[in-house]
Design a binder for this molecule. Sequence first.
Ligand code: ADP
Ligand code: MG
Length: 243
Amino acid sequence: MISVQNLHKSYKDNEVLKGISLTVEKGQVVAIIGPSGSGKSTFLRCLNVLEQADKGQITIDDVAVDIANLTNKKTELLRHKTAMVFQNYSLFKNKTVKENITMPLVTVQKKSQREADSIAENLLAQVGLSDKENFYPNSLSGGQQQRVGIARAVALNPYAILFDEPTSALDPELVGEVLQVIQSLALSNMTMIVVTHEMSFARQVADHVVFMAEGYIVEQGTPEEIFNNPKQERTKKFLQQLS
Ligand code: ADP
Ligand code: MG
């Protein structure tokens, strides 16, 4: 499982995470919702150690770290437990679709090119992009690029995938195909934390919903609890603004 205890992060004197504690069971899908600026992206980046938190404990699977005593070795171990999917896809523009997936497998995970190719081919078939293997990202739609981004994350065989607003940059008509891929991963029991503005998706796919505001987890519960019976005023207000 993933267990986060009392995570704090400041940028200079701006405290962005003010003691976040969260547990995610293996195979669970957790949706994080909340207004912009509340620390959602920072939280994911701290979990993936793209950003180092100031204080707190993070356990992912068999790697447990106290941020205060984070060694390079532990950073590396923790980082490899999760894979990120970003809003802007962040694919390598000068690599083909297939190379985008195989490159980290060969360079970081030291897999053979043949094994990496086979993993990439399987995953591209799963996200419906077998015919785009040799295309460059710029010749794909946003929805297709994001499906490559997801395939690349899955290829790393992480303990969990962290999605940071994976559909926010997409034209509305392309959102569905990406959410469908994420939903199919949920059905395959992948552990996922998804920061999203897509409330109907969160309601449908998440096992657990977390509402964040101003660096705190204000409220968390089942989709039913959060969307139908929010207890905190702050949550009610946020949800009202959306409808
Ligand atoms: P969210 O994803 O919920 O919109 P963020 O985690 O992106 O929120 O940002 C939370 C706060 O942290 C914001 O006030 C933002 O300006 C600040 N912040 C985020 N990243 C940085 C950074 N690299 N340097 C300084 N401040 C940052
Ligand atoms: Mg964000």
